[in-house]
Design a protein around this ligand. Structure first.
Ligand SMILES: [Zn+2]
Length: 275
């Protein structure tokens, strides 16, 4: 599942390759992927003639700014945007096709069909983004903000980092990496973290997310980013997917446990509860 750095990489790719594209016609083959707000009567009608101004990102969401409408798009597990020539064959996993004036298509491909594109009139942009109730971005949040948010929960730190309302954009891979970097055990109750630990956590988030964006995100298994490019942060992972291997800091063995139903990688020596 793409997390903030992978979605940011997609955003940058779209801004490089798709800014200014103009939509000639639209085909949707799996209607559940596209949702339109009540003010719009028809997706095809709303999209014809639209020009893409740019793409922004908030948490793991892509915000497409078209001339009169916006899209709020979530890739979920395996959603991808592609920009092939119009004449290229459309495979059975491609569910939304925008035929463009320049001879290409903007295609949305999603093997598992979990992703969503929500289309709103432009005037509703702010309301649509607010309705996502996203927490701050991990590169911007302060230790004090984290400390205050954690006082309101009885949960462990790992599920708090995955909670998009507390902090937007972190998923399973970067949560494990951030906790290792901060030397915090993933089962530590978030409310028990000191202000100093929260400051350390905020710094680790900023450093890791920035570095992962520079490396184009992480490519695990067969997931390539939405424009078919591979990221390289997997070469720098310290704990994720490294159970049984030595910790880069202390050389003890990385373990994998379940925390709040999620596979969680950590170093039992560097990351201890209550220290
Ligand atoms: Zn260690």
């Amino acid at each position: 599942m793409p997390e903030l750095p992978e979605v940011e990489t997609v955003k940058r790719g779209l801004n490089r390759l798709a800014q200014g594209i103009c939509v000639k016609d639209v085909t949707v083959t799996w209607p559940a992927i596209v949702q339109i707000s009540d003010e719009l009567t028809d997706f095809r009608q709303a999209m014809r003639g639209q020009t893409l101004q740019d793409v922004e990102r908030r948490g793991k969401f892509l915000i497409f700014n078209w001339s009169d409408v916006i899209w709020v798009s979530h890739l979920r597990m395996e959603g991808k945007y592609l920009l092939p020539e119009h004449k290229e064959v459309v495979d059975k996993y491609t569910h939304v096709i925008l035929e463009l004036e320049d001879g290409r298509d903007l295609r949305y491909r999603d093997v598992r069909k979990f992703g969503r594109i929500k289309c709103y009139p432009k005037q509703q942009k702010e309301a649509a983004i607010n309705a996502l109730h996203l927490g701050p971005e991990p590169q911007e949040v302060t230790g004090e903000e984290l400390f205050n948010a954690f006082q309101r929960t009885k949960r462990a730190i790992k599920p708090c980092l995955l909670d998009q309302h507390i902090i937007a954009g972190i998923g399973n891979i970067y949560a494990d990496e951030i906790l290792w970097e901060s030397q915090i055990h993933p089962e530590t109750l978030a409310a028990n973290l000191s202000e100093a630990q929260c400051v350390q956590l905020a710094a680790a988030m900023a450093t890791i997310i920035k570095r992962a964006i520079e490396k184009g995100g992480t490519t695990v298994r067969t997931y390539t980013n939405a424009l078919g490019e591979n990221g390289h942060y997997q070469d720098e992972l310290k704990v994720y997917g490294r159970e049984g291997l030595p910790c880069a800091r202390c050389h003890n063995t990385i373990e994998k446990i379940k925390v709040a139903q999620r596979g969680t990688h950590f170093c039992p020596y560097c990351q201890r509860i209550g220290e």
